[in-house]
Design a protein around this ligand. Structure first.
Ligand SMILES: [Mg+2]
Length: 207
């Protein structure tokens, strides 16, 4: 992994940092990985170790389509890919650690939780509508799965494709309103969505 991170840095001009910002430099001898990503390192290293020198370079700093081709050819590179992406993106998802599952169950209930439901009418309207639209979109997606995107609702004859489009539009509208109303960090949402999209595209390419 050290060699991979070094390659990412050199590819991005990291070895020139001292010329642009005198007194600053990158330590190419050691790189650190956040704690929540550390469990990926050994699997990543064994995957990378099997690559030829040429494939290693392509996998680390090459074109995305070539990286996907290598991923498909050699199945044990997923952890390496996640780590390289994480390093490249500045470890943006440190908070996506596995949930700690508590040992409580119905036989040994915990103390009653002090949470209180929200009561503000406008908050409720925003979140309630988003929940409702998500449910409607789930129904449309389910119909497309069990019947087909280009089939029609038996009674109304409405195309499933059009229903799906309508419900996606409703969800998007509600999401926009919730982001605005609760002042959610839209840049963070967009960055995470883009990263998720890249991962899913690679998954789809493995079909
Ligand atoms: Mg709707």
């Amino acid at each position: 992994m050290r060699k991979a991170f070094e390659m990412v840095e050199r590819d991005g001009g990291g070895h020139l940092v001292g010329r642009i910002y005198p007194g600053t430099s990158i330590n190419f001898e050691a790189f650190s990985v956040p704690e929540s990503w550390a469990q990926l390192v050994s699997g990543a290293e064994s995957g990378l170790a099997r690559l030829t020198e040429e494939d290693f370079e392509t996998f680390v700093v090459g074109e995305q389509s070539e990286q996907v081709a290598i991923l498909k050819r050699q199945g044990d590179l997923t952890h390496a890919h996640v780590l390289i992406d994480g390093y490249f993106d500045g470890w943006p998802s440190e908070n996506t650690q596995p949930l700690q599952v508590s040992a409580s169950n119905a036989d040994h209930p915990r103390d009653p939780n002090p949470w209180q439901p929200i009561t503000d009418a406008v908050d409720l309207k925003h979140l309630g509508k988003l929940a409702e639209e998500l449910g409607e979109c789930t129904s449309a997606v389910s119909r497309c799965i069990i019947q087909g995107v280009d089939e029609r609702e038996p009674m109304t004859k409405k195309l499933n494709r059009e229903w799906l489009e309508d419900e996606i539009a409703d969800v998007l509208a509600s999401i926009e309103l919730v982001i605005d109303h609760f002042k959610l960090n839209s840049m963070k949402i967009i960055e995470r969505a883009e990263k998720k999209e890249r991962f899913l595209q690679q998954w789809h390419a493995q079909a």
